[in-house]
Design a protein around this ligand. Structure first.
Ligand SMILES: Cc1cc2nc3c(=O)[nH]c(=O)nc-3n(C[C@H](O)[C@H](O)[C@H](O)COP(=O)(O)O)c2cc1C
Length: 187
């Protein structure tokens, strides 16, 4: 079970720090999940403009392939202008509508303030619903006050919610077995 940990921004460090913490809890749980990290900051992004996918640069083709090959996803997003970053939406636009179908997804999000926690509910979840992902009901939203100066999470409640997220995500990986593979034949 290969799970792609997507840091969906090219700016900032906190979403990456949250992903690191999720990875720690996955390892502690002793599950069979194999973590693969995708940091958008390491990719040279191109806008989706309708060309065949083979004509995008090597990074975009690598991005598409990793999404297609993964069995599940932890998606980390910052909140930008009351929404998700354009680079994350652009990455979703790169994908075939079946690429994430019936695969489990958990979301972690970080904003500068507490006010935008429902962005996940109103904007990111509908995109993942379009892809027919198995989105776990629990997601974790952090804001600047949950971190120390070195971007370590200092809020115990956030840690507990991340542990819970891992626990539920692992159950969703079980549920997706068979379902997601069946879809590959229809691609
Ligand atoms: C262009 C831009 C727009 C932003 N818009 C919002 C916003 O609407 N709401 C919010 O809570 N935080 C907003 N932020 C703060 C980011 O969510 C925050 O910087 C991000 O989660 C990463 O934190 P870090 O840069 O300290 O690592 C914005 C940041 C940037 C760069």
């Amino acid at each position: 079970m290969k799970v792609l940990f997507v840091d969906g921004t090219i700016i900032g460090n906190k979403t990456g720090a949250v992903l690191d913490t999720v990875e720690t809890y996955v390892k502690e749980s002793g599950s069979a999940i194999e973590v693969e990290r995708m940091n958008f900051a390491d990719y040279e992004h191109q806008f989706v403009d309708g060309r065949p996918s083979a004509q995008y640069n090597a990074d975009m083709q690598r991005l598409i392939k990793k999404f297609e090959e993964a069995d599940g996803y932890i998606i980390a997003t910052p909140i930008f202008q009351g929404s998700i970053p354009g680079v994350l939406k652009n990455a979703f636009d790169m994908l075939h509508p079946h690429a994430m179908r019936y695969k489990p997804v958990s979301i972690v999000a970080n904003g500068g303030t507490y006010q935008h926690h429902l962005v996940v509910e109103n904007q990111l979840k509908p995109i993942l619903d379009y892809f027919r992902c198995l989105v776990t009901p629990n997601y974790v939203y952090t804001h600047a006050g949950h971190f120390d100066q070195d971007n370590r999470i200092i809020d115990e409640d956030v840690h507990n919610r991340l542990r819970e997220l891992v626990r539920v995500f692992e159950k969703y990986t079980e549920m997706s077995k068979g379902l997601a593979n069946d879809m590959l034949d229809e691609k």
